[in-house]
Design a protein around this ligand. Structure first.
Ligand code: EPZ
Length: 423
């Protein structure tokens, strides 16, 4: 297994290119199942999760070819489709559950392993299955699999009120509704940029969708979908993560491809903490305003609120801010596992349920720490960039799921960081 060694190296300077979004690509890829014609994604990120989705789609009978060093994914599902999504693949990555809607829409039948819980929470699929049931699907959980069947062989339109603005459920239902008979309305839908990116791609494939980006999405079902080529939207979580590097270390960095409208709530918090963010022709520049970092309170919410996927990373910044910050995690019930690791580096953090209170200290100290999930792993690397001494982050396989070339990108702006093989 690999680890990453980080030593502080003073202010950062230069540019970091931001890749296409993992969480957009993972929902765009299953859209290939909605048509017999080719779907090509450009600006695709090169991540282990994308390889897992590729493996899953290939197991369902889709052709998925990675071109231009993985930047382009050429997909086609023209042949017969296998409607069984196996546990052995699904257990590696929860987002595998995004094949349920497209399989049901195309074949009227699907057998998808339930992903089970993960480090950050129980993550049930009740909103997905309740929505599909309202569209006429009969769904039964048996032997760990969701066995789903569309009454009469085809889903039908429905008005669905979500109890919570779930990202995955919005994506699954939106894809399922493209080929359903009649009109589907999703109320209290998720509004994330990845949802808008998916709707844009589905429209390019012939779908009739309105309201994406708002909390009410309307889909008019069509008889068939055709092929398309679609560029994956910029990864706002990778963007936010690297924006915190110059905030933590000092200096100035330009994030190529970044845009403030992808992360407005996050940028507001950085501004309040003493960080200047400004748009450039090619992206965003980030630098401290006058050297000090001020404490800020943060509450995670669905978009356009503060993203839960940046909570761990901003905690790393607030560990050395002046004053006390209160972070409330409202999306996942167990997403503070980075806190004990930051405490090992000398941070002062108290966690009570979904609230973490961070009292700023002058400086963190390097230590051996362990990654527990994707975003926790990168928050430990960020903390190590400004800590005294050496930080060794182990279990970095978590990182490979969502960050491509993290060592090269941070080294490119002057960080002292390397990846090593554990003995
Ligand atoms: C997506 O997960 C992202 N993953 C997550 O990113 C992200 O944290 C999350 O949205 C919230 O923004 C992908 O896009 C692949 P949800 P998803 O359905 O779709 C509960 C990362 O680090 N819920 O909006 O699973 C659920 O338990 C990952 O890249 C139900 O109760 O998120 C959670 O508490 C981590 N029943 C909350 O809603 C349901 O049927 C939000 O889940 C569905 C969800």
């Amino acid at each position: 297994m690999d680890s990453i060694l980080v030593r502080s190296n003073g202010p950062l300077k230069g540019q970091i290119p931001i890749a296409g979004a993992k969480n957009a690509c993972l929902t765009l890829m299953p859209a290939t199942l909605l048509s017999e014609e080719p779907l090509t994604l450009t600006n695709a990120p090169r991540l282990s999760d994308i390889r897992t989705m590729t493996q899953l789609l290939q197991s369902l009978g889709s052709e998925v070819t990675s071109l231009q060093e993985g930047r382009v994914l050429a997909m086609s599902s023209h042949g017969p489709v296998n409607t069984h999504a196996d546990y052995d693949i699904v257990r590696k990555m929860r987002a595998s559950n995004l094949v349920l809607g497209p399989l049901l829409a195309r074949e009227g039948i699907a057998e998808v392993s339930l992903p089970g819980g993960c480090a950050i929470g129980a993550r049930p699929m009740d909103i997905h299955t309740d929505g599909l049931a309202q569209m006429g699907a009969e769904i039964e959980l048996r032997d760990g699999y969701l066995h789903a069947k569309a009454a009469g062989g085809r889903l039908k339109g429905a008005v669905i009120d979500f109890p919570f603005a779930s990202v995955g459920a919005t994506e699954n239902i939106m894809m399922a509704a493209t080929l359903a008979k009649g009109t589907t309305v999703i109320n209290n839908a998720a509004r994330e940029p990845e949802i808008v990116d998916l709707a844009t791609c589905l429209r390019a494939m012939g779908a009739q969708i309105e309201g994406d980006g708002t909390s009410s999405i309307t889909v008019q079902g069509v008889e068939r979908m055709h092929g398309a080529t679609h560029p994956v939207v910029t990864d706002r979580i990778e963007l936010g993560t690297y924006m915190l590097a110059p905030a933590i270390c000092g200096g100035e960095v330009e994030l190529l491809g970044g845009r403030i409208n992808l992360l407005a709530a996050f940028c507001e918090k950085l501004d309040a903490a003493g960080i200047a963010v400004s748009e450039t022709e090619r992206g965003l520049t980030v630098a401290r305003k006058n050297g000090d970092i001020r404490a800020v309170d943060v509450t995670t919410e669905p978009f356009p609120g503060f993203p839960t996927d940046l909570q761990a990373q901003i905690m790393a910044l607030l560990c050395t801010a002046e004053g006390t910050s209160v972070l409330e995690e409202k999306i996942f019930e167990n997403r503070f596992m980075h806190a004990p690791e930051l405490i090992r580096m000398g941070a002062r953090i108290e966690v009570h349920g979904g609230t973490a209170t961070v009292t700023g200290v002058d400086k963190l100290r390097g230590a051996p720490v362990m990654a527990t999930d994707l975003r926790a792993s990168v928050s430990l690397i960020l903390a190590g960039l400004a800590a005294e001494g050496e930080t060794k982050v182990s279990r970095v396989y978590h990182l490979d799921r969502g960050y491509e070339h993290v060592v090269a990108k941070l080294r490119g702006v002057g960080a002292n960081i390397e990846r090593i093989k554990d003995a």
